[in-house]
Ligand binder design. Structure first.
Ligand SMILES: Nc1ncnc2c1ncn2[C@@H]1O[C@H](COP(=O)(O)OP(=O)(O)OP(=O)(O)O)[C@@H](O)[C@H]1O
Length: 310
């Protein structure tokens, strides 16, 4: 049972906690050998969705097909074929890295050699270190290594790079691309749009328990239209924004950061209008950026809010 077009299919999955619709009718299909990402802000329902598929939570309703078989909840046989890295892994701090790997290895009939996994996640020189002495990035590599110990076909990684610095994040991305090359299917959750864009073959954008759009990163970005995005800080007054509207500009304004975001197919014309409106209202414009649209813009266009409202 090793070849599937779709390794996981979920249909109309629902999980409510009282009034909170954590997962509210979610459907998707995951192609074998791909990196599949649930992208969304905190509380969107990503973890709940993942944990239902992993068999850690029971859905209120919905259909799950995994490894070609429809299941109520995954069983022992499926568990041998999946690897899971939870958002927070509570490991035993006074075990060494190698002891931790050996313990996890003992849970499975089949799997990889501990030394090979240590090598793969670049923790060989930390084999004798205690788990609670590891850095954030090393801890995440350990968590991914543990998820790999049974040599799974399908890997679930819940926010594997949250809180890491760019270099540590990059090293996790490299690991994930190597795993994809080996033919593994990876299911990721993240609220970092760069991560989703860089790694994913398919992205489902989630908000309030629903998938609001899905596709390849490229198609999702194309779907919102606009070849370029112009961003500027403005000392906004309402009049200025109204002026922009009157002049035919389509914008989003982040009031907290006083950041104006404009999608455009004609950068020069848009800048010209922007400057004329600013001059007319006596408004200062700063920190101008012209860039390609990204998944953050997709989220902003669809929901009117940013993925991470810092
Ligand atoms: N066991 C629970 N009891 C009550 N409410 C819950 C429970 N688990 C999740 N929720 C709620 O369901 C919603 C979705 O949570 P979930 O953790 O799936 O979101 P998420 O997208 O993974 O966010 P995060 O990135 O913060 O983990 C949230 O409003 C959360 O508070």
């Amino acid at each position: 049972m090793n070849n599937f077009k779709f390794i996981v299919e979920v249909e109309n999955l629902k999980k409510y906690y009282g009034n909170v619709k954590a997962v509210d009718g979610v459907s998707f299909k995951i192609k074998q050998g791909s990196i599949f990402t649930l992208l969304g802000p905190n509380g969107a329902g990503k973890t709940t969705t993942l944990e239902i598929i992993e068999g850690l939570r029971t859905p209120d309703s919905g259909k799950i097909t995994i490894f070609g078989r429809q299941v109520e909840k995954i069983g022992r046989e499926e568990k041998e074929l999946i690897g899971v890295s939870l958002q927070e892994t509570n490991l035993i701090g006074n075990l060494t890295v190698k002891e931790t790997f050996s313990m996890f290895r003992s849970f499975y009939k089949k799997g990889l050699r501990v030394d090979d996994v240590l090598d793969f996640v670049s923790l060989k020189d930390k084999a004798k270190s205690y788990v609670d002495k590891l850095s954030g990035g090393q801890r995440q590599r350990l968590a991914i290594g543990l998820a790999l110990i049974n040599d799974p076909l399908l890997l679930f990684l819940d926010e594997p790079t949250t809180g890491l610095d760019p270099q540590a994040r990059r090293s996790i991305w490299d690991l994930l691309l190597q795993l994809k090359k080996q033919g593994k299917t990876i299911v990721l959750t993240t609220h970092y749009m760069e991560e989703a864009e860089f790694l994913s073959d398919w992205v489902c954008i989630m908000d309030h328990g629903k998938i609001i759009r899905e596709g390849t990163p490229e198609d999702l970005i194309k779907s919102i239209g606009g070849e370029s995005v112009i961003e500027v800080d403005v000392e906004e007054d309402g009049e200025f924004l109204r002026e922009l509207e009157n002049m035919g500009l389509n914008y989003t304004f982040n009031a907290k950061h006083r950041r104006l975001i404009l999608k455009t197919n004609n950068v020069l014309e848009t800048i010209d209008i922007l400057l004329r409106a600013a001059k007319k209202r006596g408004i200062n414009i700063r920190n101008e950026i012209i860039r390609q649209p990204n998944l953050e813009d997709v989220f902003l266009t669809l929901t009117g809010k940013q993925l991470r409202e810092e």
